[in-house]
Design a protein around this ligand. Structure first.
Ligand SMILES: [Fe+2]
Length: 362
């Protein structure tokens, strides 16, 4: 069970609670979202003046964003806008909060946890560590770094990018009077915390300062407006692809089917492979796919009977055959594919690895 959809949630309306976990004794927290199976969570934490913590590590990836005040981490003073990505097992320096601060803390894999240590775990992926002042040390990029793009006036600062999952953490802002008239959804979960300002979405209304959402994949959101602008911390758990449309009545299942239909049309071989089901082993009983049905697409009703898609659906080979389509067979077949008009003397006296039909498919 992944985290449930929570949107909109305005944390400024909630009270802090005393944090009694190792590494956080004396701090206060609010839960913004929680995976009740793994404990993965996003929390807002208040460290009052005088809070200190020894160096230590966690068995979860952690992200920290400083909202207000300042905290010393090792020899570094981190002020508003400072962002950390701390891979599991990487030891963070001692924390010292002289006058109090508030931070967003994300435990991506497990409940909040802390082991005192001044050394990284030997298996820690240290190169993934990020420490940057996002306000001062990263440029704004156009929202079009993700394509298809959001409307102009929504900009991004990329803070962290995972080259394997394509998960991203970023700041985004909307200019005053930003508007986007379409509806979007994604294959990834999407998370946002409004640092300042207000935006509006057709489905969920106003998201003010302190507003938060955890939005599972394929949930419609948009159109969008922002009257006076906003700045927010955003995160995805995998690749962010904008599927746009104008139908406010679709549900996540229909949106997912439409996304699969796009894969069916645009990357048909990959679709066949992923739709093989079970273990996906090409020689297993599920390896033979006979005409996988095109998924339905609410934007393109009846597309499965168009000539282009019919042609795709009639590519009725199995993985079994693909597996045996060796290069030598290809050469053989091309070599013998004479048309009558090409006919000429041909003695077949070249060195030939096998005669036609003498190889077996088993
Ligand atoms: Fe989105």
């Amino acid at each position: 069970m992944a985290r449930p959809h929570i949107e909109p949630f305005v944390e400024l309306n909630e009270d802090y609670r005393l944090f009694n976990f190792a590494g956080y004794k004396g701090a206060h927290y609010k839960v913004l979202s929680l995976d009740t199976e793994t404990g993965a969570s996003t929390i807002k934490v208040r460290f009052d003046g005088g809070y200190t913590r020894k160096p230590g590590l966690s068995y979860s990836d952690i992200e920290i964003f400083v909202l207000t005040g300042e905290m010393k981490v090792g020899s570094q003073t981190c002020v508003e806008g400072h962002y950390f990505f701390i891979p599991a097992g990487v030891a963070l320096g001692a924390i010292d909060v002289p006058q109090g601060c508030e931070v967003i803390v994300m435990y991506n894999d497990s409940e909040p946890n802390f082991e005192e240590s001044d050394k990284d775990h030997p298996l820690a992926l240290k190169h993934g560590f990020v420490s940057v002042n996002s306000y001062e040390d990263r440029p704004w990029a156009g929202g079009s770094i993700v394509s298809p793009s959001v409307a102009t006036g929504c900009m991004l600062k990329l803070l962290r990018y995972d080259p394997i999952t394509e998960a991203m953490t970023f700041l985004y802002c909307m200019t005053p009077q930003f508007m986007q008239d379409n509806i979007s959804y994604h294959d990834c979960a999407e998370e946002s915390y409004h640092i300042w300002g207000e935006s509006w979405m057709m489905q969920f209304g106003d998201l003010p300062t302190g507003g938060y959402f955890w939005r599972p994949p394929y949930v419609n959101h948009g159109s969008f407006r922002s009257k006076l602008g906003c700045i927010a911390l955003g995160r995805t758990d995998s690749k962010l692809h904008n599927y746009f449309h104008f139908n406010p009545w679709t549900n996540p299942d229909e949106n997912q089917s439409r996304a699969a239909a796009a894969l069916y049309r645009q990357r048909p071989q990959l679709f066949r492979w992923v739709s093989a089901g079970d273990h996906n082993h090409p020689h297993g009983p599920m390896g033979q796919i006979i005409k996988p049905k095109p998924p339905t697409d609410f934007e393109m009703r009846g597309y499965e009977s168009t000539p282009q898609v019919t042609a795709l659906a009639n590519q009725n080979y199995s993985f079994h055959e693909m597996d045996h389509l060796h290069a030598k067979d290809y050469v053989h077949n091309v070599h013998h594919a004479h048309k009558p008009e090409d006919d000429h003397e041909h003695s077949h006296d070249h060195d030939h690895p096998h005669g036609q039909g003498d190889h077996k498919h088993d």
